[in-house]
Every structure is written in structure tokens, then in C-alpha cells.
Design a protein around this ligand. Sequence first.
Ligand SMILES: C[S@@+](CC[C@H](N)C(=O)[O-])C[C@H]1O[C@@H](n2cnc3c(N)ncnc32)[C@H](O)[C@@H]1O
Length: 346
Amino acid sequence: MTTPSLTSEYASLDPLRTRIRTHRLYSETDDDVNTSVIDVLRLAGSEQLIDIGCGTSEFLALLAERGHAGQLCGLDASHSAAAARLSGAVGIRATAQQIPARDGTWDCLTARHMLYHLDDPLGALREFRRVVRCGGTVCVVVNHARACARTRDLVAAVSARYGFREPPGMLNHDVDSDTVPAMMRDVFGNAEVRSFDNALVIPQPEPAIRFAESLFAFCGVTPGATGYSEVRAEVEAELRRWFATNPGQPWRDPKGYRVITAIRAQALLPRWRRPLCRSGALPYLRHGDPAVGGPEQPVEPRSPAHVTATQRGLCCRGLRFGADQTAQVTNDHPSVSRPPTWTVWP
Ligand SMILES: C[S@@+](CC[C@H](N)C(=O)[O-])C[C@H]1O[C@@H](n2cnc3c(N)ncnc32)[C@H](O)[C@@H]1O
């Protein structure tokens, strides 16, 4: 029996395209995840943007179509990912865990519907933070835990009857729209969350069958495996039976996702350099309002001894901490021309 893996699942992008097409054609509320992300990001159009796990690259294609002038790059572990074929974009075959880019390269990083494929999502988020510049944005999209559970449960139940199970390493069930906001806050010290609730509403059996079939690999069922045809036939029979016994009714399957954005703080101090925070939570520095446009260089105290000094409300090079843990950038750092206001977060 051939056991599917992430590599085999995305060796062809056809099942992914079927899922995307189903969501586009049969969503109860008119909603397109690409547009949601663009709306949330409020891009100026000049940003250097990398899309991690870009898949079909339709997000990058949409940005290019809308006249995005900044560099666009698609990164994916699958050699089938389409970014390289997109005019004006760069395609990289690499993994989210090891992005081949220097620190602070990108203005904006998106990772849509891919974090739940990773064993160590926090490690990947730290890697995202590394390659985004100070003040840049990381935007992650993750589904609700029970998104499309009705169809997934049906496929899983039929597959299990034929001895198929979800292959290890396909999905990380700890990663969903409930858990990722906290992960983002842990890594970035901030996170903004927008939820999009919806449902698939499929009026005929054929598209419901095609959608169910596009989920087979996640239940360990792959074309060519012994039992594949039986699972396929039984899933089809069950769906047709449901439509026959519920005439005029669509196959409704609730779903939804969250778009979570975080700003890479202008200065995230290494643990030993972080000042004490009243709440006991990790203190991060972030640009106060008006945001963005401050110094390009992170401002750091020079030594552990100096941190002690900052905790007492004294100055360090380029950064002054008040007794209330408010920090201000001073203009005695070479990279600071105009001192903006900074605050310790949270
Ligand atoms: C569900 S698809 C999402 C594709 C695209 N972002 C979208 O929303 O249509 C997941 C994508 O993540 C890619 N992927 C999975 N694990 C990866 C990893 N460790 N590093 C980079 N890409 C990965 C897969 O090859 C696939 O293209």
C-alpha cells in the first residue's frame, strides 16, 4: 500500500485546486481568503512580500494583477508550486523552517493554510520573524478546528472501514484558529485576529463527491492503494444516498478561518536583555503611534550590566526606560535621527 505524505499530496496541486474551487463556488457567504488577507494587510503596493507555502500561487497572482510593484516571492516545499511560473515573481523551493533569506529581508510575510502541516509551528513562526524586517508584518491564515468536519468525518469513517488512517506528519492537530493567536503573541508579542465564519453549501452530489475525494490523502487513501476504489465508491454512494433522502437540500458543512497578523517589533530584546515587566509577561518593545517609519536598526542595551541600569530608569545607548517601564528612543544612537515614542508591551 502506498502511504500518502505531504510530499505526495502536494506533488500534484490538483486536489488542492479542487478544494480551492469548491470553496470559491460553494461558500454560503461570498468570501475569498485572498481578498480577506489583502484587506487585512492594507498593502501600499511597494512591499517586498514572501508567501510561504504558496501552493498554486493564486494569492501572488492576484497581487500582481492588482499592480503590486514590490518584489513578490513564493516559497513552497513542493516542486509543483506555481510561483516560479508567475511572471514578475520569484519562486523558491525550500521549507518554512529554513527560509533562504537574510534577517530582515521582507516587509511582509504571508503563510496561508500551511502552518498546520508543520511539526513545530513555533519554530516556523520564529523563522518568519527572523526574515521580516523590524516593523514588517507576518500574516498567518489558519482554519477553524472543525472546518468542513462533516465531509472530513465522512471520508475518515469510510476510510477507516478499509483500514486507512491519517498518515503521521500530514497534519498537526494542535494548530488551528484557536491556538495560533497565542503562538503569534508568544513569538511576536502582539497579534491581531480577524475571524471569517462560513459554510460550504453544495447543491448537488457531484461537486460534494469531488470535494470529498480531494481529502482522501489526509485519511491515508491514495490512488493505486488497495482499497482506494472501494473507499471512492462508498463515499460516493453515501453522498448520493444523502442527497436522495434530502431532496432539494444542499450538503451544508460549516467552516471558517482566522487571519492573524503580527508586527515584528522594532526591537525584541534577547531574554537576558529584557527589562522586568510589571505583569510578569514577556516585555516586547513596539513602536508607539504613529507607527512605522522609525529607526531602521534595533536599539539594544550594550551589556547585562546596562540592563540593570535601564531597569532603574537610567539611559542606555539609544533607549531610555522610565520607572513605569515606558521606553523611549533617544537620539544618542547613531541610527536614530528623529526620536519616536516606544512602549514596552504588554
Ligand atoms: C493547503 S496548501 C495551501 C497553499 C496556499 N497557501 C493556499 O492557501 O492556497 C499547503 C501548502 O504548503 C506547502 N507546505 C507544506 N509544508 C511545507 C513546509 N514545511 N515548508 C514550505 N511549504 C510547505 C505545501 O506544499 C502546499 O503547497
